[in-house]
Write a protein that binds this ligand. Structure first.
Ligand code: ATP
Length: 330
C-alpha cells in the first residue's frame, strides 16, 4: 500500500508542469497520502534534495509556466552509482511511489528505477509532443499558441510590406509544433524534418506563384530540425530565408522564436491535461499500477507501459500536413 509519494520534474521544462504538480499533491492529499517534492529532477533525487509539499504549497501556481520544483539533467543518475544513491534517498524518506513529470529521457530513468522495484508512473510533459503512446503531452498546446501569437503579429506587418517571412520554431527531431502552428496560423509553407522530399527550388516557385496571384505576403514556418536539401545546418530558418532572397529577389525577414515558445502562462488545454494527468498518476499508484506513463488517446486518459512508450514512434499527422498544404494554396 502506497503511503508517501515523491514527485519530480525532469528534462526540459514545459508550461503546465506546475498544474501537474498541483494535481498530484491535491489528489494525493484527497486520498490521505503524503507528497514529497524532489528538486532539480534526478539530480536532486541523487543528492536527497526534497521537501514535503502541502495543498498550500501548490497554491497560486496553476497559471505559471516553468516548474516550481525546478528541473535539471543528471549524468550521475544514468550511472549505476547514481541510480543506487537515488534509490537510497527514496528509502531514507520512506517514499514508496514516484511520479516523474518529463519527456522520454526522463521515462528511461523512471524505467531504470522501476526495474529496481521502485513504483514509478510517468507524466508526459514536453513542448515537442514527440512521446509515443499519447496524442498530447503537457506544454505542446501552449507552445503552439505562443507560435501562432507571433505569426499573427508578423502577419500584420507582412501584409503592409509584401515580404517573405520565415519563422523558425522548436522541434529538433519532430515537426509537430511547426505543423500545428502552420495550419492554425495559415502559413503558406511548413518545413518539417519528416518531409524529406521537400525541395527549396519548388518552395521558391510557390512563393513567386503566390505573388503573381496577388498574395500580399508569404509566411513560411520552419522546424529547427528541418534539413534543407538534405543538409544538416545550424539554423534552417536562416538558411531557407537567405535561399529565398537569393533565388527570388524578394525581401525576406527571418524570425527565430527560440525560448519564447516555452514560456508564458499555460493554455486552458494544458492546464486541464496536466490536472487530469497528475490526478490519474496518483490513482494508478493507489491501484497498484506502475512502470507506466499516463497518456491521452481519443479524449480518454489511459496508462501506457514504459516498454510500449520506448518501442513506438510519435508519427507526424500526414493528413493534417496535406490539409495545411491544400488550404494554403492561393
Ligand atoms: P525533453 O525531451 O523535454 O528535453 P527529456 O525527459 O527527454 O525531456 P532528457 O534530458 O533526455 O530530457 O532526460 C532527462 C534526464 O533523465 C537525464 O538528465 C537523465 O538523468 C535521465 N535519463 C535520460 N536517459 C536515461 C537513461 N537511459 N537511463 C537513466 N536515466 C536517463
Amino acid at each position: 500500500m502506497v503511503k508517501r509519494i515523491g514527485v519530480l520534474t525532469s528534462g526540459g521544462d514545459a508550461p503546465g508542469m506546475n498544474a501537474a504538480i498541483r494535481a498530484v499533491v491535491r489528489m494525493a492529499s484527497h486520498h490521505g497520502l503524503e507528497v514529497y517534492g524532489i528538486k532539480y529532477g534526478y539530480a536532486g533525487l541523487v543528492r536527497n534534495d526534497m521537501d514535503k509539499l502541502s495543498n498550500r504549497s501548490v497554491a497560486d501556481i496553476i497559471h505559471r509556466g516553468g516548474t516550481i520544483l525546478r528541473t535539471a539533467r543528471s549524468a550521475e543518475f544514468t550511472r549505476e552509482a547514481g541510480l543506487l544513491k537515488a534509490i537510497e534517498a527514496l528509502s531514507l524518506n520512506e517514499i514508496d511511489g514516484l511520479i516523474v513529470i518529463g519527456g522520454d529521457g526522463s521515462f528511461r530513468g523512471a524505467m531504470a528505477l522501476s526495474e529496481r522495484g521502485i513504483k514509478t508512473v510517468g507524466v508526459p510533459a514536453t513542448i515537442d509532443n514527440d512521446i509515443p503512446g499519447t496524442e498530447y503531452s503537457i506544454g505542446f498546446d501552449t507552445a503552439v499558441n505562443n507560435v501562432v501569437d507571433a505569426v499573427n503579429k508578423i502577419r500584420d506587418t507582412a501584409t503592409s510590406h509584401e515580404r517573405v517571412y520565415v519563422v523558425e520554431v522548436m522541434g529538433r527531431e519532430a515537426g509537430h509544433i511547426a505543423l500545428s502552428a502552420g495550419l492554425a496560423g495559415g502559413a503558406e509553407s511548413i518545413l518539417i524534418p519528416e518531409d524529406e522530399s521537400c525541395s527549396l527550388s519548388e518552395l521558391c516557385k510557390r512563393v513567386v506563384r503566390g505573388y503573381q496571384r496577388g498574395k500580399a505576403h508569404s509566411i513560411i514556418i520552419v522546424a529547427e530540425g528541418f534539413k534543407p536539401n538534405g543538409e544538416d545546418v545550424e539554423s534552417p530558418g536562416m538558411y531557407v530565408g537567405n535561399y529565398i532572397r537569393e533565388k527570388t529577389g524578394f525581401e525576406t525577414r527571418i524570425t527565430i522564436l527560440g525560448h519564447t515558445q516555452r514560456g508564458g502562462t499555460p493554455t486552458v488545454m494544458d492546464r486541464i491535461l496536466a490536472s487530469k494527468f497528475g490526478a490519474k498518476a496518483v490513482e494508478l499508484l493507489l491501484e497498484g499500477k506502475h512502470g507506466v506513463m499516463v497518456g491521452i488517446r481519443g479524449n480518454r486518459i489511459v496508462s501506457v507501459p514504459f516498454s510500449e512508450v520506448f518501442s513506438g514512434h510519435q508519427e507526424i499527422d500526414r493528413d493534417m500536413f496535406e490539409l495545411a498544404e491544400i488550404l494554403s494554396r492561393p
